[in-house]
Design a protein. Structure first.
Length: 244
């Protein structure tokens, strides 16, 4: 990525007060402005090569040589480089402003974020939970807690994943301790009861799991469907109805 050039200030009101500038022709003024622009973009200097400077200003080498000889007091030639006093001064001011702004920004960030504002010197060694970077909480979940053998089925895994997502959506994320205890409680019941428990809590927006309720319902329903024992009385009634 190309380095962004420095922003420098050139005062337009200074030109009408400059006798040399007033004496320049339109072409010479164009060369003058082109040169100081390219010098600024070159970080304060350009190679002192008449032919190359002429190409930058779209004039012949003869005209560029004549221009530099006529207004040599406007430029500084040293060590094979050509520069401009005003441009050099403005670049120094721009660099100073940039340094002051950078120092102030780092100081403000360090005051607000502490060591987290300097990740290069103080790299974060452990992963941070999404949305909680400032508190440095480690990422943990059910992946750290193995499923009990009684619940290790594809249907239960799917239900448990939906349960974790449900808790995240209601801003009640499961902690490792909660995960461990809930799995231990669910493992005491048949896997179908455990899955039904999770589905009910999600449907009703609950934050907890209540497998005992599901177990009681299943027991009652099973009792209601249980056939009555066959007795002599029921047998006779049945015969009567068949005779009718």
């Amino acid at each position: 990525m190309a380095k962004k050039p420095l922003y420098i200030q050139l005062e337009p009101g200074a030109y009408p007060k400059d006798t040399d500038w007033l004496m320049m022709s339109a072409e010479e003024r164009g060369c003058y402005h082109s040169l100081i622009t390219f010098i600024a973009c070159g970080n304060g200097s350009l190679p002192d090569n008449t032919e190359n400077l002429a190409k930058l200003c779209n004039v012949s080498a003869e005209k560029m040589k004549s221009f530099l000889g006529k207004f040599e007091n406007k430029f500084v030639k040293k060590n094979g480089k050509i520069s401009h006093k005003r441009v050099t001064a403005e670049i120094k001011r721009a660099k100073k402003r940039l340094q002051v702004a950078s120092t102030a920004g780092l100081k403000g960030a360090k005051k607000r974020w502490g060591s987290h504002s300097d990740p290069i010197k103080n790299p974060i060694k452990k992963p941070i939970a999404k949305g909680r970077e400032g508190k440095g909480r480690e990422v943990k979940g059910s992946k750290d807690t193995p499923l009990p053998p009684e619940l290790d089925t594809e249907n239960f895994k799917k239900a448990w994943t939906e349960w974790e997502q449900h808790r995240k959506e209601i801003k009640k994320k499961l902690t490792p301790t909660t995960i461990k205890r809930q799995l231990k409680t669910l493992s005491k019941y048949p896997v179908l009861i455990a899955i039904a428990t999770i589905n009910e809590s999600i449907e009703k927006g609950w934050t907890g799991l209540f497998p005992e309720r599901q177990n009681e319902r299943k027991t009652i329903q099973a009792g209601q469907r249980e056939p009555k024992p066959l007795t002599a009385e029921t047998s006779q009634i049945g015969l009567v109805f068949r005779n009718d």
